[in-house]
Design a protein around this ligand. Structure first.
Ligand code: SF4
Length: 252
């Protein structure tokens, strides 16, 4: 499974974000997340335990500045500085300060790049997290299913999770975020079942995000029984949203 052993990695090419310089603000060489998704590229939480020391804002700033200086000197294009990596980035207690230094360094070294954060949207009630996400260009926030029961099976939240609370928190963005949803099947569930899709579409129409990114599994997953969805299926499932004028990005 994929674990990042550095704070800054890449740039790597992403179909969603272009040339993406990754920033891992989780402990290195392990995984730390308050979800344990059946499809997580970092593997199961229980197999990824390592140090629990988060990098502090100063360390992130130093690593990022070195990488951005090098990219500038080698004329390497960077389209996005992307917080992803070994888990849920907003769990870093210095997340807000790290966003501030990242935006400052982006402005200095590669003003054309977007700052993107991939998050499972569970920490929006924590002090400073919502405000920090409003400062980035692309807050990419996850809802994989339309019921607590199905989310329990797919994302396996550690601790209490309430979809209605997450939806309420997402309403505060007033549509200025990107919703990310994984479509997948297993012998135990099928997120493409019509009942789930109908309720998911209701949620998306309430939130009216500026874009919806739907995708399916494309790498090795901790649960080996998972099945993909085709691009054609995803197009069909998201058609009511496209018809309602919501931009959809599909990644097969
Ligand atoms: S939210 Fe992301 S990092 Fe966390 S378990 Fe799910 S896929 Fe992995």
């Amino acid at each position: 499974m994929l674990h990042f052993d550095k704070i800054v990695f890449g740039p790597i090419y992403s179909r969603r974000l272009g040339s993406s310089l990754g920033v891992n603000i989780l402990p290195q060489e392990g995984k730390m997340c308050n979800f344990d998704c059946v499809y997580c590229e970092c593997g199961w939480n229980r197999d990824g335990r390592s140090s629990s020391r988060f990098p502090v804002a100063e360390e992130v700033a130093d690593a990022l500045e070195i990488a951005l200086k090098r990219a500038a000197s080698e004329s390497v294009r960077i389209d996005s500085i992307t917080f992803s990596g070994n888990g849920e980035p907003t769990l870093n207690p210095e997340f807000a300060a790290i966003v501030d230094v990242t935006v400052r360094l982006r402005d200095s070294y590669c003003p054309q790049a977007k700052v993107s954060v991939l998050s499972n949207a569970t920490t929006l009630s924590r002090p400073g997290v919502f405000e920090a996400l409003q400062k980035v260009d692309n807050p990419i926030l996850k809802i994989d299913a339309a019921s607590d029961e199905l989310i329990g099976r797919i994302n396996q939240p550690c601790g209490k999770y309430s979809l209605s609370q997450v939806v309420e928190n997402l309403k505060r963005f007033d549509g200025n975020f990107i919703l990310q949803t994984m479509f997948l099947r297993s012998p135990d569930f099928d997120t493409t079942a019509q009942e789930n899709i109908d309720s998911w579409i209701d949620i998306v129409l309430q939130l009216r995000p500026r874009e919806v990114m739907v995708y399916t599994i494309d790498r090795e997953t901790p649960d080996s029984r998972l099945g993909k969805c085709t691009v054609e299926q995803m197009k069909m499932l998201t058609k009511p949203l496209a018809d309602a004028g919501i931009p959809i990005q599909i990644r097969g």
